[in-house]
Design a protein around this ligand. Structure first.
Ligand SMILES: O=C(O)c1ccccc1NCC(=O)[C@H](O)[C@H](O)COP(=O)(O)O
Length: 198
């Protein structure tokens, strides 16, 4: 079970995610209570070992702006949320970064349909912490896809059973307030996801 912890802002929470065994850590570079600057993301990413994917998250920015910010942040992956057209992914392909497409269940659910490497199937409002009907997508997404939206240590096992994803992604469920991560919750989430998968 691939596990991504998103919306990290502080070095101790990045370290908590890495120590817990997360596969990917996300830095939000778009409008959000979790937003950080590309320069801050670079500082945080510098402490992440190479086996853990560093992801810069965008929503609605033009590819030129995504390119500039991703390079400034020094991340290894770019995540585009929402209604980005296929052309945006093609325009970023030459960066040589892992491309992640994220959207709600109404989108094309085949990973690779937009030339992306990973797919996230999320709640309608990203980063809202709102659970949705995870079971409704069971059997529909194809390829390397992560389930997101309202996941937490207390429900991630249920969500995995319901949707059978390749991976899971969380932000609000490992926070004590919007944008304020909790190292204990991060550890609990990774353990619960891996326990469910095992
Ligand atoms: O986290 C945000 O605030 C955010 C804002 C705008 C676009 C994307 C955002 N987050 C992307 C993620 O990958 C989140 O982890 C995902 O939406 C799940 O969020 P949550 O329901 O809070 O666990």
């Amino acid at each position: 079970m691939y596990v991504k912890i998103c919306g990290l802002r502080e070095p101790e929470h990045v370290a908590a995610a890495v120590d817990a065994g997360a596969d990917a850590v996300g830095f939000v570079l778009t409008r959000s209570p979790r937003r950080i600057t590309p320069e801050r993301a670079r500082e945080l990413a510098a402490a992440v070992p190479p086996q853990v994917l560093t992801v810069a998250v965008f929503a609605g920015e033009a590819p030129e702006r995504v390119r500039e910010a991703a390079l400034a942040a020094g991340v290894r992956a770019v995540q585009l949320h929402g209604d980005h057209p296929h052309g945006d992914f093609l325009a970023l392909r030459d960066l040589g970064l892992t491309l992640v497409r994220a959207g709600a269940a109404g989108a094309d659910l085949r990973c690779g349909a937009y030339d992306e490497d990973l797919l996230i199937v999320d709640a309608p409002r990203p980063g809202s912490g709102e659970p949705w009907d995870w079971a409704a997508v069971r059997g529909r997404p194809q390829g390397r896809w992560m389930l997101a939206g309202g996941l937490a240590p207390s429900n991630v096992a249920e969500a995995i059973t319901a949707a059978r994803p390749w991976g899971v992604d969380v932000s609000s469920g490992v926070e004590t307030a919007p944008g304020v991560k909790d190292a204990g919750l991060i550890k609990d989430f990774v353990a619960a996801a891996r326990g469910a998968a095992g």
